[in-house]
Design a protein around this ligand. Structure first.
Ligand code: ADP
Ligand code: 5GP
Length: 191
């Protein structure tokens, strides 16, 4: 039987550096597919439809839920986000590894359905640094930043659910830790 691809689930409070770490990991492992989520959030200036997310209306998202088209979905920071079941299945069934950047609620749903998912939580070195990174990124309004900081504490409190926790202080060290997790799973050392 053909090997099914691994599913790597990465979660973090907004601004911890999850997107940055995922980008770096995919440079090292270009054979891993990044799962492009659906969302009802409005695109940021730098984001492209079909590349960063599939940006859809709330009604369209609700229809997808009702039709059973989502592997998981959640409401995060007031918007819907979810993973397409069909796309995920099509990828892992070909033996291709997939990287999912999803929130804690989504991670729990995925692990319930597929306990073999590899879960990784990215922590910022401190709450002060998290705020500094959100402000430095410059993509969110002060109101959005406030909402994301408020949610961050609750998200970080759930890190024990994850198999691996990586503190993103120095970027190089955090990338090395992320690579070590993936390498370990692929080599069958840590899975
Ligand atoms: P997330 O995807 O978790 O919301 P991002 O990857 O967008 O976070 O990172 C938030 C900001 O922090 C970005 O401006 C990014 O360049 C910066 N950043 C990421 N990792 C580090 C790090 N280790 N040290 C300093 N700044 C970082
Ligand atoms: P952002 O708006 O910053 O891109 O993402 C906000 C949050 O939504 C992040 O915690 C991110 O991991 C989460 N997220 C992105 N896509 C999905 C998804 O498909 N499902 C779930 N459950 N969460 C997602």
């Amino acid at each position: 039987m053909k090997r099914r691809g691994n599913i790597y689930i990465v979660s973090a409070p907004s601004g911890a550096g999850k997107s940055t770490l995922c980008r770096e990991l995919l440079k090292i492992y270009p054979d891993i597919t990044y799962s492009i989520s659906h969302t009802t959030r409005r695109p940021r200036a730098v984001e492209q439809d079909g590349v960063d997310y599939h940006f859809i209306a709330k009604e369209a998202f609700q229809e997808r839920i009702e039709q059973g088209l989502m592997a998981e979905w959640a409401e995060v920071h007031g918007n819907y986000y979810g993973t397409s079941l069909e796309t995920l299945e099509a990828t892992v069934s070909k033996g291709i590894d997939v990287l999912l950047d999803i929130d804690v609620q989504g991670a729990r749903q995925m692990c319930e359905a597929l306990p073999s998912c590899v879960t990784i939580f990215i922590m910022p070195p401190s709450e002060e640094e998290l705020l500094a990174r959100l402000e430095k990124r410059g993509t969110d309004t002060p109101e959005t930043i406030k909402k994301r900081m408020k949610n961050a504490v609750g998200e970080m409190n759930q890190r024990d659910f994850y198999r691996y926790v990586i503190i993103n202080d120095g970027l190089e060290e955090a990338v090395a830790a992320f690579v070590a997790v993936v390498k370990g799973c692929r080599d069958g050392v840590a899975s």
